[in-house]
Design a protein around this ligand. Structure first.
Ligand SMILES: [Zn+2]
Length: 465
């Protein structure tokens, strides 16, 4: 649990309407093909597109949640609109050369994209994480709908009306959406028991005997399979990213980190061979590094000669008031931690990569967050969902359709231990079905670094200012 902090510490910069508008439009412009120069602003203004101010004093105070949203239909989807002061009125009023959006889509987009609810909530789980159970996504049941993209779609309709220019979601080198396939590497030396039980469950006594013999002569464990994982994903048409833990000592609270050591010449040479075959090597920040920039930086340097540019925290640890600054200080180009462990979907209600909001400076951070949409463990776990193997793809498909619709990135985490055929629930078969679906839908498969290169071609000076 985070120590209580004062409102001044949490809130050094007043988040004015101009700051919110700037942050939201920065992302809007990245979501669509070159946006025509149309003035957008709050009333009173001469702008061609006006937005009704609906947030009142909400952003000058520290409540985590606004009033309940008003549900409206937009493009066939029921969408929750926060800060809607005009619940009975029409959403959009179009007159010649003018468009008025009658609900505060800018405040609502800012609220969700900035992670305001987590920043100002004191609720944390035993790993210090903001729990899905405390979220507005859970409360109003919209975790699998990228609500901010729908707000952008309203804004898009307004801009198209005044400019006469149709806007298209930004494509990925011609592909309608992208997929980011990744593997957190927690364990290489386990899996003997799981594999043995699988052989016995299927009455394969020969296989069971072979397994015992392999263990007896010191052969690699079933989960020591990085090359197999690489081949399996490559065969499915996807380069992928391995997030490697930089610490094999348990955390002070006993939570396990890696069961392998990264600092041996043999292991680094192995990572080098994987990288030479097209796999991206990135950092899997060990337990505690989400609030410790020095240790995170040391772990990233510990992966050299691999030039790790990205990170995802072990256990998806993320302390909203400290982790974005920690990542900025550690100098990462991207992070991919922000998903809920308990449920697949959109933690910031947005299906494209975004720049986390810096509450201390009132502007976007310079590193990219590639939000995590689905983790294998979420799909079948005593504390999360309990889907059967054949239920996995049908459960995920509506979420994936939303990503396709808005030109987003489908970010998938499949641990290396779930490439063991002994896992028939969230194992290699379900992974293959998911990747085949993404490929059939025309996804461009990208590593995290490739996504950064495509969205921020000029590196860290990508910002307009
Ligand atoms: Zn992990």
């Amino acid at each position: 649990m985070a120590a209580p902090v004062t409102a001044e510490l949490l809130f050094p910069v007043t988040v004015t309407p101009a700051i919110r508008l700037d942050y939201v439009l920065q992302h809007f412009q990245q979501a669509y093909e070159p946006v025509p120069l149309v003035a957008i602003g709050y009333e009173p203004t001469e702008a061609a597109v006006t937005v009704a101010e609906g947030a009142g004093r909400f952003f000058t105070e520290t409540a985590p949640c606004p009033a309940a949203p008003n549900w409206r239909e937009w493009q066939g989807q029921r969408v929750p609109f926060f800060f809607d002061d005009n619940p009975e009125g029409e959403l959009l009023t179009l007159t010649p050369g003018q468009a008025r959006i009658n609900t505060d889509v800018v405040a609502a987009a800012f609220y969700l994209l900035s992670g305001w609810q987590e920043y100002f909530s004191a609720v944390r789980d035993r790993h210090g994480r903001f729990p899905y159970a405390a979220s507005v996504q859970k409360q109003y049941e919209f975790v699998a709908v990228p609500v901010v993209n729908y707000y952008f779609d309203v804004l898009k309709a307004a801009i198209e009306h005044v400019s006469g220019v149709p806007l298209q979601p930004r494509r990925w080198s011609g592909a309608p959406f992208a997929a980011f396939i990744s593997h957190d590497i927690d364990s290489l030396h386990g899996g003997w028991g799981t594999a043995a039980r699988y052989q016995l469950r299927h009455f394969r006594l020969g296989g069971f005997a072979k397994l015992l013999a392999r263990k007896a002569i010191g052969q690699p464990a079933p989960w020591n399979n990085l090359e197999h994982v690489q081949q399996a994903t490559t065969r499915l048409g996807a380069p992928s990213t391995f997030f490697i833990l930089g610490d094999n000592r348990p955390a002070p609270n006993g939570t396990l980190n890696a069961d392998y050591a990264v600092n041996t010449a043999a292991f680094r040479a192995r990572l080098g061979r994987l990288a030479a075959q097209g796999t991206e090597i990135a950092s899997h920040g060990s337990y505690g590094t989400a609030t410790d920039a020095g240790k995170l930086r040391a772990e990233i340097h510990g992966l050299e000669p691999a030039a790790a540019r990205g990170n995802r925290f072990h256990y998806l640890c993320w302390e909203p008031t400290r982790t974005p600054t920690t990542l900025a200080q550690a100098g990462v180009a991207y992070d991919s931690t922000l998903g809920f462990a308990e449920h697949f979907g959109f933690r910031n209600s947005y299906c494209r990569p975004f720049f986390p909001f810096d509450f201390a400076r009132g502007r976007a951070h310079d590193f990219l967050e590639i939000p995590l949409n689905v983790m294998d463990a979420t799909l079948h776990h005593p504390e999360y969902l309990q889907l059967r193997g054949e239920e996995v793809l049908p459960a995920l498909r509506p979420m994936l359709v939303e990503i396709e619709r808005f030109g987003g990135v489908a970010t998938v985490l499949w641990h290396n231990n779930n490439f063991d055929p002994a896992n028939e629930l969230n194992g290699p078969r379900q992974f293959t079905e998911l990747l085949n679906y993404l490929r059939q839908q025309g996804a461009a498969f990208r590593t995290g670094s490739q996504i950064v290169a495509e969205l921020c071609p000029r590196g860290k000076d990508h910002r307009a200012d």
